[in-house]
Design a protein around this ligand. Structure first.
Ligand SMILES: Nc1ncnc2c1ncn2[C@@H]1O[C@H](COP(=O)(O)OP(=O)(O)OP(=O)(O)O)[C@@H](O)[C@H]1O
Ligand SMILES: [Mg+2]
Length: 489
């Protein structure tokens, strides 16, 4: 039998981020980021699947014969007995009408899985966002990683697993296209903890998240899968820049989590087979830029929908529907908001006309289920407020011509829990390691915020702070780990 030489199955580092995904190959002795969108190596963690109309069935001959026979028993139009051809076209038209109504009803009730089975092509990243704006009726998901640890109904878990599988398949295919060969092994990043809660909750949440991620990765075609802490991966990437051994605190402030690792890094250590002894301590929590966005949406955008107003009785308008609407990464809260029609209507009836008018916007938000869109508006305001004291946000999808001004004071309030959390996690890592860092290396998109940078500097006065590549560091380190694991096999 002639021997065939197949291109070697290759490996990748994969950063499955809450806000952005990246995948990197190993090329010319180093990590190489795969282009995921034109000119971009980051893919926003957005997935969109359009609803798809099921093919409308044609009536069978037997059905037509039967329907015509039944119709002959009744007088046709004008009372006369209709000619066969006319009668047939009438029963066919009736069939088409009913089948069309049925298909539209089914479209409305369609599940994600059904849309995919009917051949709807998933869209990712910026394309997904554009498609969701064009056709808001479709299935739109943001930050599926935020839901991996949640203890939710198996139906929702299965749905998230499918979405993660779609994203990982897309990333794998992009890497394969760049390499021109199969990519079946991956070192995938994981935060120190996926979810919040007590240590026991965290352990259970981490187990749920890793099981889901691994199952989705397998279904996406990865056969060998390893996980590495995201801040450890960032440490390995940063290490290449060091000219001598140093104790470094790595701080990664992302969209969903903040992760810290205190590690001994340097040129003397890179070649060691195992780095376990150099990783002194890690800490992390489900706290990141997304929390700032949801909080700023509540405090900065929702006043235009009646939050903070009073009812005619002088009592405050209840906060629950606003809190649920803002909490976009919490499935039960979102479901509660989407079902709050009667509650919102009840509040509206108890308010003066001007407040009722604002509450009508909340009802529009509920009916159109545009809570994710609102959070993205809040995110844009957050980024703009780094440069300006105020940011104007247009909310025309809720009410035509509606514009809201968000202030830096509101951002300061919304970002405070994140700043306190970053400080606590950095000090936790130092305490656990029982060692002080000589320098601090900072990565993650939220570290672009001047307020985040300030809290890091203030926690370690006088210590050098290196601002790294906000997005590429983790995935580069993951590709290095993938090379360490799979490169010699
Ligand atoms: N200029 C900026 N100012 C403040 N925040 C910013 C800025 N630019 C990006 N961000 C925030 O950075 C976050 C995304 O960062 P990143 O891509 O590192 O997250 P991720 O890796 O996807 O998430 P995680 O690691 O938590 O899973 C978002 O919350 C985004 O709003
Ligand atoms: Mg990240």
């Amino acid at each position: 039998m002639p021997s065939r030489t197949l291109p070697p199955a290759s490996y990748a580092g994969l950063d499955f981020g809450t806000s952005n995904c990246l995948i990197a190959l190993w090329r010319d002795g180093g990590p190489s980021l795969v282009e995921l969108e034109p000119g971009e190596s980051t893919l926003p963690s957005l997935v969109y699947v359009a609803r798809r109309l099921a093919p409308i069935p044609q009536p069978s001959r037997a059905w037509i014969t039967q329907a015509m026979a039944a119709a002959r028993g009744r007088p046709g139009r004008g009372g006369a007995v209709e000619a066969d051809a006319m009668l047939e076209s009438r029963v066919r038209a009736q069939f088409a009408r009913e089948a069309g109504d049925h298909a539209l009803d089914a479209l409305h009730k369609q599940t994600l899985q059904e849309a995919l089975q009917l051949g709807s092509t998933p869209r990712f990243g910026r394309e997904a966002l554009a498609a969701s704006l064009e056709d808001p009726e479709g299935f739109f998901f943001r930050s599926p990683k935020s839901f991996l640890a949640a203890d939710i109904d198996p139906v929702y878990r299965a749905r998230f697993e499918r979405i993660v599988e779609l994203m990982l398949t897309h990333l794998r295919e992009r890497a394969q296209a760049a390499l021109g060969a199969p990519v079946t092994r991956a070192c995938i990043g994981r935060p120190v903890h996926f979810g919040g809660g007590s240590p026991a909750d965290q352990a259970r949440g981490d187990a749920r998240a890793l099981a889901l991620l691994e199952a989705a990765a397998r279904r996406a075609g990865f056969e060998d899968i390893a996980f590495e802490f995201e801040p450890v991966a960032a440490a390995l990437d940063f290490e290449r820049q060091l000219d001598r051994d140093r104790l470094v605190l790595i701080v990664d402030v992302g969209g969903g989590t903040t992760d810290c690792t205190l590690a001994r890094l340097g040129p003397e250590r890179i070649a060691q087979a195992s780095r376990a002894g150099d990783i002194l301590a890690s800490s992390g929590e489900r706290l990141g830029g997304n929390d700032v966005d949801t909080s700023l949406s509540f405090t900065g955008l929702m006043p235009a929908m009646g939050r903070g107003d009073t009812e005619l009785s002088g009592l405050p308008v209840p906060l629950t529907p606003f809190a649920d609407a803002a909490d976009v990464f919490n499935v039960p809260a979102q479901n509660a908001f989407f079902r709050a029609e009667r509650i919102i209507e009840g509040i509206r009836r108890r308010c003066a006309a001007d407040v009722a008018h604002k509450l009508a916007r909340l009802e529009t938000l509920r009916q159109t289920q545009q809570t994710l869109w609102l959070t993205m508006k809040s995110e844009q305001a957050k980024v703009a407020l780094a440069q300006a004291d105020e940011a104007a946000v247009t909310l025309d999808r809720i009410d035509e011509g509606l514009a809201v001004t968000v202030t830096r004071a509101q951002l300061s309030g919304a970002i405070r829990p994140l700043l306190l959390g970053i400080e606590r996690l950095m000090l936790d890592a130092v305490r656990l390691a029982q060692a002080q860092p000589e320098l601090i290396y900072v990565t993650g998109g939220s570290a672009r915020s001047p307020l985040v940078q300030a809290v890091i500097r203030e926690t370690f006065p006088g210590r050098p702070v290196v601002m790294g590549d906000a997005y590429g560091s983790v995935v580069s380190g993951l590709a290095m780990q993938a090379h360490r694991l799979y490169g010699r096999r």
